[in-house]
Design a protein around this ligand. Structure first.
Ligand code: ATP
Ligand code: MG
Length: 251
């Protein structure tokens, strides 16, 4: 493991987008997140990678402020997670589709825009960003899987949030559509947005600058992908992950 304490301190001086210190989350008295410490740098793409049930959604819910924390601290954009001033600074795509399937693309997005006090022009710009111009008047229920995924992302982009928290946004998509979405994430990061993207598909981890590897509620790694590969002497995150969990020594 890298020296998380030093790593966290380094980031603290650079205004991290997210800073967790010994974060503990329990649900129904069960320990789900077991003392996580990590920092996330602005303008980076961070993969939150871990097997099903490892705690990815729970961590994202804590970051967006809908899951209370049991111990430790969690700072998001300089405030405590859940602070009401963060409401429109974070775009969240939950694992379940949170758009109205009987409305059209533009009707959905205008609805969210009204709630977030965004303009119609912003809605049109976002439709162009996610490349859904041709589908703008189509009912969500009739869109393809990849188009639906882009509507959810578009909804999260309304209000121009600094931080995007995307819970398994590419699940069920074919490799070409997944690549298209990842290209879009790259564009958003190059505009200065910070992205936290969860996945249990290891090849998606290979598209991230920074990785959080989670297993059974514990962080196995929080540092760059490149350093993970060189430290474990592997060429893919899949191999690195296996090496980390089978290695008896700390890496
Ligand atoms: N309300 C709850 N009460 C008790 N345990 C819960 C509750 N909600 C979730 N859990 C447990 O917390 C653990 C982490 O769940 P979480 O949804 O965060 O995992 P995940 O990594 O997102 O998994 P997946 O990849 O399947 O989405 C699981 O073991 C889950 O059963
Ligand atoms: Mg989940």
């Amino acid at each position: 493991m890298p020296d998380l304490k030093q790593h966290t301190i380094d980031y603290m001086t650079q205004n991290p987008s997210i800073l967790a210190k010994s974060l503990v989350v329990k649900r129904d008295h069960t320990l789900i997140l077991d003392g996580l410490s990590f920092a996330i740098r602005p303008g980076s793409i961070n993969g939150l990678i871990g097997p099903s049930g490892s705690g990815k959604t729970t961590l994202m819910r804590a970051i967006v402020g809908v899951q209370s924390i049991s111990d430790g601290s969690l700072n998001v954009l300089g405030k405590s997670a859940g602070d009401k001033t963060l409401r429109y600074k974070i775009g969240y795509v939950s694992q379940d589709m949170a758009v109205y399937t009987d409305l059209t693309v533009v009707q959905n997005l205008r609805y969210f825009a009204t709630v977030a006090r965004a303009t119609r022009q912003q809605v049109d710009d976002i439709i162009a960003t996610v490349r859904l111009d041709k589908q703008r008047n189509q009912i969500i229920g009739s869109l393809s899987g990849g188009q639906k995924a882009r509507v959810s992302l578009a909804a999260a982009l309304i209000g121009n949030p600094e931080l995007l928290v995307l819970d398994e946004p590419t699940v069920g998509l074919d490799p070409v559509l997944r690549q298209e979405l990842w290209d879009l994430f790259g564009e958003l990061a190059s505009q200065g947005k910070t992205l936290l993207v969860s996945s249990h598909v290891m090849d998606e981890a290979d598209k991230c600058d920074e990785l959080l590897l989670l297993r059974d509620g514990q962080l196995l790694w929080n540092d760059s992908r490149q350093r993970l590969l060189s430290r474990t002497n592997t060429r893919s995150v899949q191999d690195a992950f296996m090496r980390v969990i089978t290695s008896k020594e700390a890496i």
